[in-house]
Design a protein. Sequence first.
Length: 344
Amino acid sequence: MTENSSPVETDVVIVGAGPVGLFAVFELGLLDLKCHLIDILDRAGGQCAELYPEKPIYDIPAWPEISGQGLTDRLMEQIAPFDPVFHFNRMVAAVEKQEDGSFIVTTDEDEKIHAKVVVIAAGGGSFQPKRPPVPGIEAYEDQSVFYSVRRMEEFRGHDILIVGGGDSALDWTLSLQPIANSVTLLHRRDAFRAAPDSVNKMKALVENGEMSLQLGQVTGLNGDDGQVTSANIKTNEGELTQIACTRVLPFFGLTMKLGPIADWGLNLEENLIPVDTEKFATSEPGIYAIGDINTYPGKLKLILSGFHEAALMAHAAKKHIAPDERIVFQYTTSSTSLQKKLGV
């Protein structure tokens, strides 16, 4: 887009294309509102797609088990009739309110979108894995050191060193052990922050000689041209040793950054956006917040809670955009007009 070109017109800009942002497209689409979505990642799905695309999720209604990528795929299929427009690898640089109450949303690529409503569904803001304090680790990243598992098959037959003691470290230890040549779990102490059942399963594998557990921390990596061959370890007894490995997975948690959202003039509470539970409106008329980015009394950070928030937000947004239009509440099971929109 050139500097003098007109902004793209739409009804709603959704900041964040995770599961909650995607379902918001569906709810807004039922009310004839068109959406553009902006996400810092290169694809839809948010944390589900970035951090655990193959990890099972067990608390999505009607799905006893579904992977993060599977959930994303189903949501993309569900919203396809509404033709949402995605802007990936983008961050919102500015949100400017216009005299008529609408907004000009500008991305970091200087793309401008004119919208009547802005919906923030950015999870915890922009997130990135915490890099462990290992000298020179950058040279191995995305070649033999990874902070997430997107495709398990890419780890088949490797000697894997997993570093950490939380749920992610234990979950991937158990998931990758059957397909790896070897797995070593390294943690700084013999106490874990993961689910007790996962810890017990891991210790059973260790007792059976099917994997290794080492207490200590990584002090360095060895290998050339981005390919790690071993890790230098300092044990809790102060001894220096090496662990042979061809893949390293450090799980040190995530760093959450609110980014430019912090400069949008919204009231913030510990880097979260307070909302009401009727409309999920922020302190700025026309801007709504749903999913993990918001806070209110009794808030539960669950995907299903975000789905509920998206439904109520959509009706509030419709009333904001068309205050004089009578909105008739309809069920998709019985409304022929809604079914026509869905192509069923």
